[in-house]
Ligand binder design. Structure first.
Ligand code: NAP
Ligand code: G4F
Length: 320
């Protein structure tokens, strides 16, 4: 019999790649979508007829209990969140409700309906914030620098706590930044690749950005969802850092993306204080040794391959 998985956040970047992976592995895939006046299923429209979409919201525990009772999944991947760091300063309470307490609601729903369900929590390298060690691994202490980072620390520890309190098969993936042509336009990688493509196409002349010196460990989202799945296939739940092990600055990102369209970023990028954050995470670089050895996971697309892929997809979309 086919395994059945529930994905919260199925309409997001990671949800769409994970849904593709699970379908390829022969799963029945249920996707939780929240009510909105227009459907936000652009990223999953190509597989929509193979998914079952159910209605629910991480702020409404009864909706989660009912979905689990009706659908009876054996695996739950909790990818839903208010995931944009900048917005977490303007909507800190909403961010806490969804990104922090939402994790408790889904864990409680699992505990009530079927404690045998295997659970994945989408934790984040933003938890490391003002980093205590370089590189960061599973033992690095957390020092979050945004309401989003604080909410993710809560989500991480409540996952650990429910594993230890109720013996749930609950794992936390501490994923470093991962990107793709499906990345939201507000995140810096897509903002830069889309911006460079628009300038190349003559649709704009400048791109306004914030801190060009911030450094991130950027990987490819389709590589990272393989790690999520691998965590739930193990007999024992655990926590894993998922990262490429390389870091690059936003400035390098601009150089590579603009070079890919035959332009010099210095002619077009303007630093705008509106995009500088109240508190910054200056440097992230992960050590995924544990995931390599225990999960057999490794990434296949590097920073340069990723940026080139995203620029090509943006040029192609504009041409169409
Ligand atoms: P994303 O594209 O922003 O997707 C977020 C998803 O959450 C969307 O499907 C969104 O639905 C859904 N959602 C938001 N609020 C909800 C609510 N109240 N109830 C139910 N669903 C809700 O994020 P992503 O990049 O795929 O990231 C997936 C997860 O990994 C997130 O938890 C994120 O914080 C975490 N993470 C991401 C990265 C990264 O670099 N991408 C790194 C570490 C951790 P709508 O379509 O309706 O808005
Ligand atoms: O692309 P970003 O918005 O991603 P950020 O803040 O690192 O968060 C992403 O990765 C986390 C994992 O570490 C996830 F948990 C989270 O959900 C999200 O997916 O910004 C990256 C860096 C920051 O230092 C920011 O200050 O780019 C800098 N930046 C410079 N100019 C900018 C801009 N970021 C954005 N979004 N827009 C700018 O104009």
């Amino acid at each position: 019999m086919a395994k059945r998985a529930l994905i919260t956040g199925v309409t997001g970047q990671d949800g769409s790649y994970l849904a593709e992976l699970l379908l390829a592995e022969g799963y029945e895939v249920i996707g939780l979508v929240r009510r909105s006046s227009t459907l936000t299923i652009e990223r999953i429209s190509h597989i929509q007829d193979r998914l079952t979409l159910v209605s629910g919201d991480l702020v409404d525990e009864v909706s989660l209990i009912n979905v689990l009772r009706d659908c009876r999944p054996s695996e739950v991947y909790n990818l839903a969140a208010q995931s944009f760091v900048q917005t977490s300063w303007t909507q800190p309470v909403l961010t806490g409700e969804v990104t922090a307490l939402g994790v408790t609601r889904i864990l409680d729903a699992i505990r009530i309906v079927d404690p045998e369900i295997r659970f994945y929590q989408a934790s984040s390298s933003e938890m490391f914030g003002r980093v205590r060690t370089v590189p960061q691994d599973e033992h690095t202490p957390f020092y979050p620098r945004s309401p989003y980072g604080v909410a993710k620390v809560y989500g991480h520890w409540i996952t650990v706590n429910y594993r230890e309190s109720y013996n749930l098969h609950a794992s936390s993936g501490i994923l470093f930044n991962h990107e793709s042509p499906r990345r939201g336009l507000e995140f810096v990688t897509r903002k830069v690749t889309h911006g460079a493509a628009r300038i190349k196409a003559g649709l704009a002349t400048e791109l306004r950005l914030g801190n060009l010196d911030a450094q991130r460990d950027w990987g490819y989202a389709a590589d990272y969802v393989r790690a999520m799945w691998a965590m739930l296939q193990r007999d024992t739940p655990d926590d894993f850092v998922i990262a490429t092990g390389e870091t690059h600055s936003v400035r390098e990102l601009c150089e590579v993306a603009f070079r890919a369209v035959g332009l010099d970023y210095e002619d077009h990028v303007v630093v705008d204080p509106a995009f500088i954050r109240p508190a910054e995470v200056d440097l992230l670089v992960g050590d995924a040794t544990k995931a390599h050895s225990v999960l057999g996971w490794k990434c296949e697309v590097d920073f340069y391959g990723l940026v080139e892929m995203m620029v090509a997809a943006d040029l192609d979309a504009l041409a169409r």
